[in-house]
Design a protein around this ligand. Structure first.
Ligand code: SF4
Length: 469
């Protein structure tokens, strides 16, 4: 049987696209490989949001060249934002790439996989070839979570493609195009399919997800979440990534009426300075951002707020940065993704005078220290409580421990219970974990129970043989 390996960089949108490709490949008769050296088709789903992501993607293409040299029958496909942006020059930079599919060509990629399948099946691959490839490894990197025993527990549904907001630092509207909202009935049908396939938590994905509007009826994001939550057997619902501007009071109020929603909202701040927000074309002022935070506190009082922040954006003065830092020090955010601004070719900010690297680095460090303190304080408050978290699988850093995620998106690690069995924990994936220690990255604790459904009471779990805590 032909095997396909998919590796994804970037955002949840790319995760959702990879899931679509994995589904198409599986229905065309492919087996999903967990290692590149075991695959006949390698798919690299790329990102351009930062220079670093771009370099890593080209680095991976070069790694995969080794596999193609070991077995010329292997096909390498590049998809995603970098494929869209570098379509013309990619084959010159990486001539061993067999096919390039842009962000709007997912269906065509699925069709191509189907057309390749019989030819690949006929090509006899000996055990020696596989072994030879295995010897050339490891190349680093890992497959997406789409392949393991727990991946089906989390489903991603793209509700909207593209973005029409043209933030001056962002490449997305240039490579993914303007807003294109999917009809509600299509989205609901896809969620039902994921639930039938075992999804316990469904994430609605869009670049500006809360700007979603049904193209025919004009129903908004609050209406969509309510309709999704009304589907039978949907256990948990979540979404990424909203824009502060599109959180109307009506939408936030609607969210507060949906018990299945995970209690976390991502609210990208980007900067705490009005001058910077204007230069970034973010379409809100700090006063308006504060109003959104107040609405969230009023209608969603238990929810965690997380954010994205860029430092060193062109033109950022010391005073602009201090405004961001002051806001972060107010402990508004449970967690933050912080970045030093990096030039994206083709965006307006790429042409502006840049902040010197040492200045950006020094500001970045101060910002990270401030947010780490806030994040740690948020995690500290969980010590002594029992959290319910969805299992993710053995910890990537320590296979004697199990990893899980809470609804407010906190990673919790616990020693593997004595009765651990992959199939059992995939069937009963909700873990009750007593939190014992807190860290910046998340929490550690002990698993006390597991449940088949989120709303079920937990049954007791055997204590680990040896606690390494
Ligand atoms: S809202 Fe701004 S940052 Fe987000 S995808 Fe659109 S242009 Fe990019």
């Amino acid at each position: 049987m032909p095997r396909i390996y998919i590796e994804t960089f970037g955002c949840q949108m790319n995760e959702a696209d990879s899931q679509y490709i994995a589904d198409r490949a599986a229905s065309a008769g492919y087996e999903i490989a967990s290692k590149p050296e075991e695959a006949n088709v390698l798919v690299l789903n790329t990102c351009t949001v930062r220079d670093n992501a771009e370099r890593r993607a080209y680095g991976r293409m070069n790694h995969f060249k080794v596999l193609k040299e070991a077995d010329p029958g292997v096909r390498l496909v590049v998809m995603g934002c970098l494929a869209e942006q570098d379509r013309d020059r990619m084959q010159a930079l990486a001539p061993h790439v067999d096919a390039v599919f842009g962000t709007k060509e997912l269906v065509a990629l699925g069709d191509r996989l189907e057309s390749w399948q019989p030819a690949i099946r006929d090509e006899s691959e000996t055990d020696e070839t596989i072994e030879q490839k295995a010897l050339l490894m490891p190349l680093g990197g890992s497959a997406d979570a789409i392949t393991d025993a727990f991946s089906h527990l989390r489903g991603f549904v793209t509700v909207q493609r593209g973005c029409s907001y043209y933030c001056t630092f962002c490449i997305v509207p240039h490579v993914r195009g303007r807003f294109d909202h999917r009809p509600m009935r299509e989205i609901l049908a896809e969620i039902e399919g994921l639930i039938a396939a075992g999804a316990r938590e469904v994430m609605l994905v869009g670049q500006t997800v809360n700007a979603w509007k049904d193209p025919a009826t004009g129903e908004d994001f609050g209406d969509l979440c309510k309709a999704a939550a009304a589907l039978p057997r949907l256990e948990r619902l979540t979404f990424i990534s909203p824009h502060p501007k599109d959180f109307t009071e009506k939408v936030i109020r609607d969210l507060g009426e949906i018990p299945q929603l995970n209690p976390r909202v991502h609210l990208p701040l980007q900067s705490g300075s009005d001058a910077m927000l204007r230069r970034m074309n973010r379409k809100y002022t700090m006063e308006q951002f504060r109003e959104k935070v107040e609405l969230i506190h009023r209608y969603l009082p238990q929810w965690a707020i997380t954010t994205d922040i860029i430092v060193g954006f062109p033109g950022e003065s010391d005073a602009d940065f201090e405004a961001t830092l002051d806001y972060v020090k107010g402990n508004v955010f449970a967690n933050a993704f912080t970045f030093i601004y990096s030039i994206r070719r083709g965006t307006p900010a790429a042409r502006w005078e840049q902040v010197p690297g040492d200045v950006s680095s020094e500001r970045f460090k101060r910002l990270v220290d401030a947010q780490n303190a806030a994040t740690r304080a948020y995690h500290d408050r969980k010590i002594g409580t029992t959290v319910r978290a969805l299992v993710s699988g053995p910890s990537k850093k320590d296979a004697t421990k199990l990893a899980a995620k809470t609804g407010d998106n906190v990673t919790v690690i616990a020693p593997m219970p004595e009765d651990y069995d992959e199939a059992l924990y995939a069937r009963e994936p909700w873990l009750d974990i007593v939190v014992e220690t807190a860290h910046v990255w998340g929490c550690m604790g002990t698993i006390r129970g597991r449940a088949a459904r989120f709303a079920d009471a937990a049954t007791a779990v055997a204590r680990p043989v040896v606690s390494l805590l």
